[in-house]
Design a binder for this molecule. Structure first.
Ligand code: HEC
Length: 298
């Protein structure tokens, strides 16, 4: 299920109690559907990630909140009010268990976006979602430039926090986080075209945050739907958690690990070899998709 919610700053002032579900008449990327005078902004799926969230209860969904350039800049600078031209899009997906992922974790703990449903939600969901998001700033420190490692990646690929969204996921159990997977240009292109193997130069990053209950959001749900009061249902991304993980495609350099270099950075510092040795053996379970578990969420 995919619902897409757009919030224009111009209409955000209207304390929106209008939850509207409109059938999308085609692929949201390239069709402009006018509703409430708002057209689907072109190219929104290429915008940068603001944050992710999960709603339980009757919504039972994942949200990925993306922002256009104006929105991202304002979020990162923490400036309010949002300037004219800000557009924030909330993509909503159903929340389904992943047998594939559970198998390698050995526990029923992994949830991923389900199949797309062409429905678009405007306004309300965006307002609610946006209320609780926490902007995450990429750690810029701790680079170990020039350090050559035979197998593992030791420098943080620059600019990864600006890459485009591949998908989101939730891990329960000891990981207990909510995560997003982003790709550089080569990674996004390959994912969208469904081409395997991934081309040289592909980099995929997995970022994760603490899975935090949002009082702010729950209070809003409670006001709108008294039946939901006392049932916390909204979870948002808290502080960064479980490090930042990368997979870098270079078939020659990383020939011994399926052509992928693996890296993990905790607070900007590379994880030790003991940790990095676990990556490839587990990712081998998904060799048939070139060692990449995450599927593109449209
Ligand atoms: C126990 C198995 C396991 C281990 C060990 C593991 N991963 Fe993964 N990894 C997964 C699964 C399953 C996913 C997809 C679901 C998710 O993100 O939780 C994933 C997702 C990823 C992604 C996003 C692309 C993709 O394949 O979906 C990256 C990047 C990644 N892992 C890097 C690493 C790195 C680097 C290490 C080692 C430090 C590592 N992984 C260790 C199972 C594992």
């Amino acid at each position: 299920m995919t619902r897409i919610a757009f919030l224009l700053v111009a209409v955000a002032a209207v304390t929106g109690v209008v939850a509207s579900m409109a059938p999308a008449s085609g692929h949201a990327d390239d069709e402009a559907v006018p509703i409430f005078g708002i057209k689907i902004p072109p190219g929104y799926r290429d915008w940068r990630l603001i944050s992710v969230a999960h709603e339980e209860g009757n919504l039972h969904s994942f949200a990925a909140v993306l922002g256009n350039d104006v929105a991202i800049k304002a979020y990162r600078e923490g400036k309010l009010p949002y300037p004219d031209g800000t557009i924030i899009a909330a993509l909503h997906y159903s929340h389904v268990p992943s047998e594939e992922n559970d198998k390698v974790f050995g526990n029923p703990q992994s949830f991923v976006p389900g199949p797309r449903m062409t429905r678009i939600a405007f306004m309300l969901v965006a307002v609610v979602t946006v209320a609780g998001v926490v902007a995450f700033m990429a750690p810029a420190h701790g680079r170990a430039d020039g350090e050559a490692a035979p197998i593992f990646v030791t420098t943080i690929p620059p600019g990864y926090r600006d890459w485009r969204l591949i998908s989101v996921a939730r891990e329960e159990g000891s990981l207990d986080d909510i995560r997003a997977v982003l790709g550089n240009d080569a990674g996004i292109k390959a994912h969208r075209e469904g081409k395997l193997p991934f081309p040289e130069g592909t980099i995929i990053v997995r970022i994760a945050w603490s899975f935090d209950s949002s009082r702010e959001n729950n209070d809003i749900f409670c006001k709108l739907n008294p039946a939901s009061c006392g049932h916390p249902q909204s979870y948002v991304a808290g502080p960064p958690k479980n490090g930042v993980q990368f997979m870098v495609k270079d078939s020659k350099k990383y020939a011994s690990t399926g052509g992928w270099g693996f890296a993990q950075f905790d607070d900007g510092k590379p994880a030790d070899e003991g940790v990095l040795k676990t990556c490839y053996p587990c990712h081998q379970a998904i060799k048939a998709r070139d060692f990449v578990f995450t599927r593109y969420a449209p």
